[in-house]
Design a protein. Structure first.
Length: 101
């Protein structure tokens, strides 16, 4: 029965569940846990996007216009890669040197 109910609520919004059950999901521990997980993930993604933006500005200032392949590489990079590459900018003589590990 529980699986039936959960499956039925899968496509409902929080407001629809509140109206149907007279229960706000945010008043439950599960709702609060899901909210905090989403906030944590959003903050992590926001921080990584900020790192990407700063790194791209530094790279452009140092080497000029970036090829599409470099922009694509940066967009798919992890936070750890971005950090290493940003440190590499300090000693790099060419753009290729930046992306060496």
């Amino acid at each position: 029965m529980e699986l039936f109910l959960l499956n039925r609520f899968r496509k409902l919004s929080n407001e629809e569940v509140i109206n149907m059950l007279n229960l706000n999901l945010m008043d439950t521990q599960a709702g609060q846990d899901i909210y905090h997980m989403g906030m944590t993930e959003g903050e992590r993604k926001g921080q990584t996007n900020g790192e990407r933006g700063i790194f791209m500005r530094l790279l452009k200032k140092r080497f000029g216009k970036l090829p599409y392949s470099v922009e694509s590489k940066i967009e798919n990079a992890t936070s750890a890669q971005l950090e290493q590459w940003a440190l590499n900018i300090l000693d790099a003589k060419t753009m290729e040197d930046v992306f060496q590990n």
